[in-house]
Structure formats: structure tokens, C-alpha cells
Design a protein around this ligand. Structure first.
Ligand SMILES: *Cc1c(COP(=O)(O)O)cnc(C)c1O
Length: 232
């Protein structure tokens, strides 16, 4: 099987899973955008994905993202930054990413806004919210109690456009329960920020639960491209 056939088959399987989850949830599959996570895979795979009609791709490390985007500058792709953001890299990320999904603390707002000034249009931002217990080590994402202050700060930073929320289901917890909490957080959030209706949740292992909880974006890597350990 050629790499192209392999990627096409993975993509077809994931698109079918999204369609079937939407069917079960009574949702229109057009409401759910597939972001293929290309971290650890090369620019040649990104080209195959673009040929197969993929419009959105995700990266989680600054250097890898910057280099890959430069190699794929001719492709009409929307690039999502989904990884942990260091404040000293945030301005650079804002200059090349089309969507930043991992905005999780106020200290990132000023450098992101500074980097976004170099773009022609606004930078779409999602606030990453933590679904972990508060004492979990290494948790990523803002505490739910801090979301509102963070949202207000983003709304006042002109080149940033607040689009919604992003979350990762905690390891070792039933994703349906975690995404249930996320759906409730989002309901409250939407009441105050009606234009911020994007919800990025769901990966290879739990995209069905995320679609059921209202995800508008799923971030899927290995189910499309195969195991990342093989290409490390
Ligand atoms: C790697 C990654 C994904 C994709 O994970 P898969 O299990 O390969 O689908 C999704 N979201 C984030 C934040 C990631 O870092």
C-alpha cells in the first residue's frame, strides 16, 4: 500500500466515524470540522492531506510548526496551534498560526496580540480549559474559574478574536463524563460570549464522545496518519 493510499484510508475511516457520530447525535456533519494533527509527520504527508481535501491541520511544537508551514506555504490550509505555549514563543506562533487553540493564561495575551499585528487579519483564539482535578500535576489549560477573566482580556486585545473553548479529556477518566462537564462550562460561557461558539474537543480515541458533547472541531492525529512512534 502506498503512503497516499494509507492516508486516504485513514482519512476515510475518520470521516465515516464523524458522520456516524453526528448521525447518532442528530447533528449535521458540516458542523464538525476535522483538524488533522500532523505533529511528527513530514510536509509530504501534509501535501497528501491537502490533496485529499483536508482544510485544517494542527501542530503542537513551535519549531516544527514554523518549519512545516514554511515548506507548505503554497497550500491553502488553515494551521491550528494546539500545543503548550511558552510566553517567549507566543508572538512568533501568532505570526504564522491561523488559529491558536491553547491560550490558557493571561500572560500569553500581550505577546499573542503583538505577533498577531503582523498578520493581515485577526487571529482566531480558543481558550484551553482544564478538565483535570485542580491538583493534577502537569495539567494544561485554565481553571474553569479563571476563564471569564481570561476571556475579557482576550476580547480587549484587538487583533485577537475570541472564538470559543478547547479541552483535552483527562487520562484515566471516561471521556463522556469529562466532555459532559465541558458542555456545561461551554453553556455558561456562551451565555456571556455568544459569538464564541467553537468547541475543540475529541481526538483519535474519543471523537465520538466529543461530537455528542457538541464539539465543532475534532483534533485527530494517529487515526488518520498512523502511530507517531513509528516516525519519531
Ligand atoms: C497529539 C494531539 C492530538 C491528536 O492525538 P491523536 O490521539 O493522535 O488523535 C489532539 N490534541 C492535542 C492537544 C494533541 O497534542
Amino acid at each position: 500500500m502506498s503512503r497516499s493510499d494509507e492516508v486516504a484510508a485513514g482519512l476515510a475511516r475518520v470521516r465515516a466515524r464523524i458522520a456516524s457520530a453526528c448521525g447518532e447525535a442528530g447533528r449535521d456533519p458540516d458542523e464538525v470540522r476535522l483538524v488533522v494533527v500532523t505533529k511528527n509527520f513530514g510536509a509530504s504527508d501534509v501535501r497528501l492531506l491537502a490533496d485529499l481535501g483536508v482544510t485544517d491541520v494542527g501542530e503542537n511544537r513551535h519549531q516544527e510548526a514554523r518549519d512545516k508551514i514554511a515548506q507548505c506555504a503554497d497550500l491553502p490550509l488553515r494551521w491550528h496551534f494546539i500545543g503548550a505555549l511558552q510566553s517567549n514563543k507566543a508572538a512568533a506562533v501568532a505570526s504564522y498560526a491561523d488559529v491558536v487553540q491553547s491560550l490558557d493564561r493571561r500572560r500569553l495575551v500581550a505577546p499573542l496580540a503583538r505577533g498577531a499585528h503582523e498578520r493581515s487579519g485577526p487571529l482566531d483564539c480558543l481558550l484551553q480549559v482544564s478538565l483535570d482535578p485542580p491538583d493534577r500535576a502537569g495539567r494544561a489549560g485554565a481553571d474553569p474559574e479563571d476563564l471569564e477573566a481570561l476571556a475579557r482580556e482576550v476580547e480587549q486585545a484587538a487583533p485577537l478574536r475570541l472564538r470559543g473553548l478547547m479541552a483535552v479529556a483527562p487520562l484515566g477518566e471516561d471521556p463522556a463524563a469529562a466532555f459532559g462537564r465541558l458542555a456545561a462550562l461551554r453553556r455558561d460561557f456562551l451565555a456571556d460570549h455568544p459569538d464564541a461558539g467553537w468547541l475543540s474537543a475529541g481526538m483519535s480515541g474519543d471523537l465520538e464522545e466529543a461530537v455528542r458533547a457538541g464539539a465543532t472541531h475534532v483534533r485527530v492525529g494517529s487515526a488518520v496518519l498512523g502511530s507517531r512512534s513509528r516516525v519519531k
